[in-house]
Write a protein that binds this ligand. Structure first.
Ligand SMILES: *Cc1c(COP(=O)(O)O)cnc(C)c1O
Length: 354
């Protein structure tokens, strides 16, 4: 740290991304990426767009927004495209949480919410999950803060029912409720259908998981026209060209290949069932997941130890050194071959360490 850093950032604790090892024979099950390549249509579009990199991209993202609008049955004025969903989440903290209102989110959830609150100087309340690691909807009723809920939640994988989400929105008419649907294509029901009914609902989405485009950095928000205008204000005041031309083109390509996204999500769901069943047979407790990962623990080996032993053997999973969940590991669902290898290696680790 230099002596020039602003005082207000000196205590900031940044988000810690999962490890991204380069090279080697690593089975990477730690950041919930897709094991499948992007759609051929996305690749082709991105390559064509590369030829026009001398020009600025369309700041309005018209074509991509229209494709999104069509797919989700909304109007394009209900859609904002961002540089990953992380960007729209940050915009939402900036736009809708004053230092007075603050934010509320579960104690166990996506780790970035806290960082966005901190960097924007927003106070926040962490609402404890119940002892089954579920969100209790009543805890959010009339909370009088901007609410952030990942549905399905991470790293648990548990989804709230759409009725429960609606009750949370309904019971916070004076505040924005942000539903982060990063994993919705793997389970749970989207709240997009509610945006016409509730002007305070913002649904965020990402192309990083089910659409195999984590490297492209593309996210989106769907909400009432008013909320999108507010978020647009923040976008045009920070980074009007937030989506680069190749990513924008790839996004249009990916949306034109819905079959591919759907088929991959089905494969992941099947592999998730396989992984869950094998882990249970090996003595793990596995939380039923609606996402592209499972959260699992074993009574005879600590979460940290299992993580380390798998890593030594070339398999990366995600361990969180947080008191309530330190016994668990979050395991991204990969290809069937990767999951078979993961199960085999996990059994070896158990045999050698119990
Ligand atoms: C992965 C993830 C994101 C971030 O997605 P990007 O679009 O890659 O920025 C947001 N929220 C949750 C809950 C996630 O798991």
């Amino acid at each position: 740290m230099s002596r020039f850093l602003c005082e207000k950032y000196k205590e900031l604790i940044p988000y810690t991304p999962g490890e991204q090892p380069r090279g080697g024979r690593i089975i990477k099950l730690n950041t919930n990426e897709s094991p499948f390549p992007p759609s051929e249509k996305a690749i082709k579009k991105a390559a064509e767009a590369a030829k026009r990199l001398n020009l600025y991209p369309d700041p309005e993202c018209r074509e991509l927004r229209e494709s999104m609008a069509k797919l989700y049955n909304v109007s394009s004025e209900n859609v904002l495209m961002t540089n990953g969903s992380d960007e729209i989440l940050n915009f939402a903290f900036m736009a809708f949480c004053s230092d007075k209102t603050g934010a509320a989110f579960p104690d166990i959830t996506y780790g970035f919410y806290k960082v966005f609150a901190d960097i924007n100087n927003i106070c926040y309340t962490e609402i404890p999950l119940d002892d089954k690691l579920c969100i209790r909807r009543e805890d959010y009723f009339g909370i009088n803060k901007t609410v952030f809920i990942a549905n399905p939640n991470a790293p648990t994988g548990i989804a709230l029912k759409i009725g429960d989400i609606e009750d949370i929105i309904k019971n916070n008419p004076e505040n924005v409720v942000v539903i982060d649907e990063a994993y919705i294509d793997f389970g749970g029901e989207s709240a997009v259908s509610l945006i016409d009914k509730y002007e305070n609902l913002l649904v965020t989405m990402t192309f990083s998981k089910s659409r195999s485009m984590a490297g492209a950095r593309l996210g989106a928000g769907i909400a009432s026209k008013g909320l999108i205008e507010d978020l647009d204000l923040i976008k045009y005041s920070t980074n009007p060209y937030n989506i680069n031309s190749m990513t924008m083109a790839a996004g249009i390509g990916a949306l034109s290949d819905g079959q591919y996204t759907k088929a991959n999500a089905e494969t992941i769901k099947n592999n998730r069932e396989y992984t869950k069943n094998e882990l249970i047979k090996a003595g793990f407790s596995v939380i039923p997941s609606d996402a592209n990962f499972v959260f699992a623990k074993h009574n005879d080996i600590s979460g940290e130890k299992l993580y380390q032993e798998l890593k030594k053997r070339g398999i990366l999973v995600r361990h969180f050194a947080k008191e309530r969940i330190k016994d668990y590991n979050r395991i991204t669902i990969g290809t069937r071959e990767q999951m078979e290898e993961f199960i085999k290696t996990t059994k070896t680790v158990l045999e050698e360490n119990i």
